[in-house]
Design a protein around this ligand. Structure first.
Ligand code: PGA
Length: 246
């Protein structure tokens, strides 16, 4: 399976910086790995338009669990899909921690976005105190079972799961390949219990200080099918290297 590298640009880049990124990125991008980008929502159309010349998918970093109505400030997954949107990241630890998004709320968001035909990257991961208390697998297991509750195997077809240990996000500390593989194998096992056939082939991404100098070892692990990248995705050269185009 082709590895997938997803850029999570968070609340970064102005319009000129977005254009400059594509000027540097597109000529060298060779599709060795698939590249998707989630810019600030306001830049979706720009990224979609620039990226589609080379099949770079554009996505959101969050969306509403509702389709329309009186929800000031929210983005409808239906409207997004109609505009040509491809995917949405849901449950990023910054959404869970800074915006109090619970796995129960995320379950509603995941189901709605999938129903609208979007691909969903559902994020899970433990904090440092949870890892130190040996709770990693139980925390991640709960996030999987609560966030993906009440779903049929058919409805999960466009689901991708990202394991992002919270202590590794933006900190420069990366999970070792063995630590990441252990949790990825666990996640695949849990997904197989819910979705026997799909769990076997679901794409599992690692996220947390992934950079050109650690990506090959991480992607070399059996259950790591790609990466969800913050800091290192902001520079075209680094994201090219992550995509296998040095
Ligand atoms: P990072 O962020 O690569 O900067 O650690 C990853 C993420 O938040 O998705």
């Amino acid at each position: 399976m082709t590895k997938l590298l997803v850029a999570n640009w968070k609340m970064n880049k102005n319009e000129i910086e977005v254009k400059d990124f594509f000027t540097d990125f597109l000529p060298k991008y060779s599709h060795k790995r698939s590249a998707w980008i989630a810019p600030q929502a306001i830049h979706f159309s720009l990224v979609h338009q620039l990226g589609q010349t080379k099949g770079v998918k554009a996505g959101l970093q969050n969306c509403s669990e509702n389709l329309s109505g009186a929800f000031t400030g929210e983005i409808s997954p239906r409207t997004f899909k109609e505009m040509g949107g491809d995917f949405v990241i849901l449950g990023h630890s910054e959404r869970r921690q800074l915006f109090q998004e619970t796995s129960k709320l995320l379950n509603a968001k995941v189901k709605t976005a999938l129903k609208e035909g979007l691909k969903v990257i559902y994020c899970v991961g433990e904090t440092l105190p949870e890892r130190e208390a040996m709770q990693t697998l139980s925390i991640v297991g709960d996030q999987i079972h609560q966030g993906l509750n009440d779903m049929t195997e058919a409805s999960a077809e466009n689901l991708i799961v990202a394991y992002e240990p919270v202590w590794a996000i933006g900190t420069g500390k990366t999970a070792t390949p063995a630590q990441a593989q252990e949790v990825h194998a666990f996640i695949r096992g849990e997904l197989k219990k819910k979705f026997p056939a799909f769990g076997e082939k679901v794409q599992l991404l690692y996220g947390g200080s992934e950079k050109p100098d650690n990506v090959e070892e991480l992607l070399g692990q059996k259950d790591i099918d790609g990466g969800l990248v913050g800091g290192a995705s902001l520079k075209a050269q680094d994201f090219l290297a992550l995509c296998g185009d040095k």
